[in-house]
Design a protein around this ligand. Structure first.
Ligand code: ADE
Length: 249
């Protein structure tokens, strides 16, 4: 998958490509990431990329011409890519959106700065707007890196174990089960006995139960939105009965 990051700070993106799974994905050519400097498409000696807003007010707006030049160049290089503007006004980014993007051949990630981007660029050249959360960053670069990270690890072969992306949080509408590694006892706390048993059926049941209980406690909103299987309902009912027993004495 080919990512193009359109930014006035391309140096921000380069170090991110040098670590861990992202580095390996680049080395193994599962992804390519090219930073395009929007300033290279600006005119004049000072290559200005921002200007005062029409109508007055504080802050600056990204000029349309340099952005349009950079976007058009990226779209020519990568005609099937989705062109995404990173903005706090965009669609909230989540695992479903990451999965949708991972099925595309590429993504052109347009990083706004200042107060925002000239509206006419959004209308004519952007396919979709994405936000990584309800807070305002100083620019879209961190958001672009979040998206590259989350999308890359969904591309088959980028993670070590082939099925590791399927079993984790959000992939089935639940948070992932608890994890343990050696030593068997740490700070007086033991690893659950069942995980040492070698009985894979029992381990799977324990993990499903752990996953359901963690989701109930930490993200009940996810549980409420999920279509539960009869097995999952049974586990939750069992815990409900157990809680009733404790609270009713
Ligand atoms: N740019 C500034 N804030 C942002 C956010 N929350 N998500 C995506 N891009 C942004």
């Amino acid at each position: 998958m080919n990512f193009s990051v359109l930014t006035i700070f391309p140096e921000m993106v380069d170090p991110f490509l040098e670590y861990g799974i992202i580095r390996r994905a680049v080395e193994q050519q599962q992804i390519s990431v090219s930073s395009i400097n929007i300033r290279d498409y600006a005119e004049g000696r000072h290559r200005v990329t921002d200007d005062k807003p029409y109508g007055g007010g504080c802050g600056m707006v990204m000029k349309p011409e340099p952005l349009a030049g950079a976007i058009t160049h990226a779209q020519k290089q990568n005609p099937d890519a989705a062109t995404v503007l990173l903005t706090p006004q965009g669609k909230p980014f989540n695992q479903d959106l990451a999965r949708e993007l991972s099925a595309r051949s590429g993504a052109i990630l347009v990083c706004g700065r200042y107060e925002g981007v000239d509206e006419r660029v959004c209308h004519s050249l952007i396919d979709t707007e994405i936000s990584i959360g309800d807070y305002v960053l100083t620019g879209g670069e961190l958001a672009a890196m979040v998206i590259i990270d989350a999308v890359t690890r969904l591309i088959p072969g980028t993670l070590g174990g082939e099925d590791s992306a399927e079993k984790e949080s959000f992939e089935n509408g639940l948070l992932e089960h608890a994890h343990f590694t050696r030593p068997q006892t740490f700070n007086g706390q033991d690893v659950p006995e069942v995980l040492l048993s070698g009985n894979h059926g029992k381990i799977d049941s324990w993990r499903l139960e752990s996953s359901l209980m963690r989701t109930l406690l930490k993200r009940p909103d996810l549980l409420a939105a999920k279509a539960l299987s009869s097995r999952e309902k049974e586990i939750l009912k069992k815990w409900g009965r157990r809680i009733k027993e404790i609270t009713h004495g």
